[in-house]
Write a protein that binds this ligand. Structure first.
Ligand code: ADP
Length: 367
């Protein structure tokens, strides 16, 4: 399902570049192979080039350099309507003067399909998104969530093997968005389609995807399954962009056997795992997830270095406690602990020691 080389790819971007003004590149030498049946998400901040990549795959933008392959065929010169790709956008793009049924009929009519076959396909697609009863409504008579379901049905109605989605849930409220994430994921699984999905919402990307390509400044920073991105970020951009993250700047003091110690700028020494730092003396930014920091002495990993921390703020969040600490001179170090029975409640001003297993602190190149 996951394509690791262009040879077993269903979709492949090969050395693709894009410039809108002929001067600056908004997509820089993109190489990305997507397997048949894969759910791949392009995730990144606004302006990082995600939509441009999706539009080039759809055929609405042309690559300045490189080629895009679909099922082994170079599609650089193939017009959008001949690519056989379904698309869903944030703003639905339903035709307002047509009924739901007519909206869905449109992509079938342009493919020259007869009336009875069209009707069967329309009802099948509407039932997939639980909208069979709404075939005669107009878009204005539907809620935002219902309109987005219709947009989804319209993208699926002609049985495309590839569906592109650009922030399709961006206009919906949080609860509906989370519900639709599961619906899209289930449709993907049951239909076996390949999905390329664009979002700037990391929660959405982690929930839905087989793999996520994290974009920044026109380049993929890391391409990996959700758990790898969270547990093993390759660089400080990814560590910062995915989930919550504590950063401690320092210098590599020792480095051997896949472990290192780091001397922080304030003099303390901590344990970490070297990721992309290769020599003693190198500057580093150590990245640690808030839920991986331990403060209870009995839970501290054997042999771990501990460092002093002062509780600045303790926040009760129901299932979690969120505690902000002063660590190594900085006051924005956060730890999260589960609200379990008998969990010790920390108080502002309290002095504690914190530590972690070395594999949970990742020493990254600060660049
Ligand atoms: P994203 O989807 O990650 O927000 P985009 O692909 O939309 O990023 O944009 C990448 C860069 O390209 C941005 O700097 C944006 O301003 C620029 N850009 C996007 N579309 C156009 C366009 N049609 N003409 C000129 N510049 C554009």
């Amino acid at each position: 399902m996951v394509a690791t080389s262009p040879n077993d790819a269903f979709v492949a971007f090969e050395h693709v570049q894009k410039s809108y003004d002929g001067v600056s590149l908004v997509v820089k030498d993109l190489n990305l192979s997507i397997g048949k049946g894969e759910f791949l998400t392009m995730l990144g901040p606004s302006g990082s080039g995600k939509t441009t990549c999706l539009m080039m795959l759809a055929g609405f933008e042309t690559a300045t350099h490189g080629r895009i392959m679909l099922d082994g065929v170079n599609i650089n010169e193939v017009p959008p309507h001949k690519r056989g790709i379904g698309m869903v956008f944030q703003n639905y793009a339903l035709f307002p003067h047509m009924t739901v049924g007519e909206n869905l009929s449109f992509p079938l009519e342009v493919r020259g399909m007869g009336k009875s076959e069209r009707e069967a396909k329309i009802m099948r697609a509407l039932n997939m998104v639980q909208m069979g009863k709404f075939v005669n409504r107009r878009p204005a008579q539907l809620s935002g969530g219902q309109q987005q379901r219709i947009a989804l049905a319209r993208a699926l109605v002609f049985d495309p093997s590839l569906v592109l989605m650009d922030e399709p849930l961006g206009a919906l409220d949080k609860q509906l968005r989370e519900h639709m994430q599961f619906e899209i994921k289930h449709l993907h699984e049951s239909l076996g389609i390949t999905v390329v999905y664009v979002t700037h919402d990391q929660g959405e990307a982690l929930t839905m995807s087989d793999r996520v390509a994290v974009f920044n400044d026109g380049r993929i920073q890391q391409l990996a399954p959700p758990s790898d991105l969270y547990e093993r970020p390759d660089n400080s951009f990814v560590a910062q962009f995915i989930g919550e993250n504590n950063k401690l700047p320092g210098t590599i003091e020792s480095l051997e056997g896949g472990k290192c110690t780091v001397r922080l700028e304030t003099g303390e020494v901590i344990d970490a795992t070297p990721v992309n730092v290769t020599e003693v003396g190198a500057k580093t930014l150590v990245s640690i997830r808030p839920e991986r920091v331990e403060f209870k002495p009995e839970m501290m990993p054997a042999g771990a270095h501990t460092i002093d921390a002062e509780v600045m703020e303790f926040i009760y969040m129901g299932d979690l406690f969120r505690t902000r600490l002063k660590v190594a001179g900085s006051e924005d170090f956060v730890i999260k602990s589960r609200n379990t029975l008998g969990q010790r409640v920390l108080a502002a001003g309290e002095k504690i020691k914190i530590g972690w297993a070395p594999q949970d602190a990742r020493a990254l190149d600060p660049q």
